[in-house]
Write a protein that binds this ligand. Structure first.
Ligand code: AMP
Length: 538
């Protein structure tokens, strides 16, 4: 059955009861999977529609009885006697049959687990987000295939799972770490910039393997590309695994999220009461990122579910999911309070609370300049994917509304990185920018000067990093002249470039010529003589 998000928002308590009744009826009608398979095999077959049931899309023909129920579709809207009122007219938006008729998800909206479009519905069998009947069918088939695979390994898996859940986990220093001298450990911490305060703080780990995590978690780390822990992870993970209270601070992008997620995962893995952990994040974007990482790290671990409670998205689906025995809540404080005020949800089973990222730690954003719109979009996406930083692109194709939004976001510290074409190069006082990166060197020195001038406005100091290659060879000498007096160390490749030397030589020649044509006390007699000689020759 689908639980369409839009419908849930508008449902009244009466309607909810009828929904429950219908859910019963539907689930008694046979396996969802069989039914959805039938849908897949027979795409032109649809549902008999009435004013009070969901209809399939217009490409679908009229069909016999099983209708929406066969397809696992809730026969909502669920008004009394299936009658329509103006009020619930909006509830009758047909369930999308095909993935292609669904729109793409806006940032922060749920995403279909199959095709990546807007996950408008929740598949009741798996609790995953799907965009249409088509993707639901595919999703259930995929799930079935996975389950089959799982069953084939069932024996070993269930033994491993039982072992995982029944064996108590206690963190203790790995023999490699124990074998290190105190001096070596202090040296390591010094080199990695790890500073600690507190009683009996455990030594940092050097490898994830030093934690004694279950195999699945070690594999998840590898699959996420986490080969070695970052410094904050090295120190924070053992402290967290010991169940100690921690106050940690590290730069954005230094791996803090995994540093707290890994101990949280190990702790809640064996908890039977739900929810067991609460992670609070100041913004919706950050909460979404945390949940994404949590899901990656928890994949394949038994009974691990997360819920995202954030504003800007409908509340009922979040509440619904919260009631599905989730282990970890990831929430913004505003939405969490809203839910606690409205519903009877109890949080007494929570054992761990993580508060992520104090806003005050937010760093001023980085402004990156590129030379074309496509470059801005691509680089912004790439930086976001690789670093998890909040990025946006700015260029002439952005509407005025978007531009205003981006600039406001910049001033409100909503973005950590802005990738822009020359449109942001001039005029605006982006006081909060401290670092400019010229990813593409501009084509003129004039533009370059304006771009680097975005960092350090109004007497603030700032830094500019410029990438330069032979495409800008005409500007080598000008750049060096401009940058050298600031004490910047310039790369030898630039300083030794033949283009630079050629430009320097030409400039010196020009200067000499200019000097020789200037009239001074020293050369005035020579110039007069030369002039007279020329005249007498004529
Ligand atoms: P964070 O500071 O937690 O936002 O992490 C920044 C980015 O680094 C995220 O994209 C993480 O997936 C990634 N990351 C975290 N820990 C590691 C690690 N040990 N190795 C490689 N990437 C990591």
């Amino acid at each position: 059955m689908f639980l369409p998000r839009s419908v849930k928002v508008k449902r009244t308590p009466d309607e909810d009861r009828s929904c429950t009744a219908k859910k019963h009826k539907l689930s008694s009608g046979g396996s969802l999977l069989e039914e959805t398979t039938e849908f897949q095999d027979c795409k032109s077959v649809g549902t008999e529609t009435s004013a009070s049931t969901y209809s399939l899309s217009e490409t679908v023909q009229e069909h016999t009885e099983p209708a929406a129920a066969d397809l696992g579709v809730a026969n909502t809207p669920l008004g009394k006697d299936n009658q329509n009122t103006d009020e619930d007219g909006s509830l009758e938006e047909p369930i999308k049959s095909f993935s292609k008729s669904q729109r793409w998800a806006e940032p922060g909206e749920p995403v279909c687990v199959v095709c990546g479009r807007y996950g408008e519905y929740i598949c009741d069998k798996t609790d995953e987000d799907v965009c249409s009947l088509e993707c639901k069918a595919k999703h259930l088939l995929q799930t079935q295939a996975k389950e089959k695979q799982l069953r084939s390994d069932q024996c070993t898996d269930s033994q491993a799972e039982a072992h995982l859940l029944n064996t108590p986990y206690f963190y203790k220093d790995h023999s490699f770490i124990l074998g290190l001298q105190d001096e070596q450990v202090e040296n390591l911490k010094l080199q990695l910039g790890i500073a600690v305060q507190g009683q009996q703080v455990p030594r940092p780990i050097v490898e994830f393997e030093h934690c004694g995590f279950p195999e699945t978690l070690n594999n998840n780390l590898k699959n996420s590309g986490y080969e070695v822990p970052t410094p904050i992870q090295m120190q924070m993970i053992p402290v967290g695994l010991l169940g100690r209270d921690i106050l940690a601070s590290a730069d954005t992008g230094s791996g803090k999220t995994a540093a707290f997620l890994l101990p949280v995962i190990m702790k809640v893995l064996k908890e039977t009461e739900t929810p067991s952990a609460l992670i609070l994040a100041p913004t919706r974007e950050l909460a979404i990122q945390i949940e994404r990482q949590a899901k990656e790290l928890m994949a394949g671990l038994p009974n691990m579910r997360t819920v995202l409670l954030v504003g800007g998205l409908p509340l009922p689906p979040q509440l619904h999911r919260l009631k599905q025995s989730v282990k970890v809540i990831i929430a913004t404080p505003g939405r969490l309070l809203e839910i606690l005020k409205q519903s009877s949800v109890q949080l007494h089973s929570i054992k761990i609370v993580v508060v992520d990222e104090d806003k005050k730690l937010f760093k001023p954003p980085v402004l990156v300049f590129v030379d074309c719109k496509l470059g801005a979009d691509l680089l912004s996406d790439a930086v976001h994917k690789i670093t998890g930083l909040l990025c946006t692109a700015m260029h002439s194709e952005k509407s005025q509304v978007e531009r205003t939004d981006i600039l406001q976001g910049l001033l409100q510290e909503k973005y950590e990185v802005i990738v822009s074409t020359g449109v942001l190069g001039r005029g605006l006082d982006l006081v909060s920018v401290k670092l400019v990166v010229n990813f593409d060197m501009p084509s003129t020195m004039d533009e370059y000067v304006h771009q680097v001038g975005r960092a350090g406005r109004l007497g603030h100091s700032g830094t500019a990093i410029t990438f330069i290659n032979n495409n800008s060879k005409k500007l080598f000498w000008d750049v060096v002249k401009r940058v050298k007096p600031t004490g910047t160390i310039l790369p030898p490749q630039l300083l030794n470039s033949p283009y630079l030397h050629d430009q320097k030589r030409r400039e010196q020649q020009r200067l000499k010529q200019l000097q020789s044509s200037l009239v001074t006390g020293d050369n005035i007699m020579d110039i007069i003589k030369k002039h007279n000689k020329n005249n007498s020759q004529r």
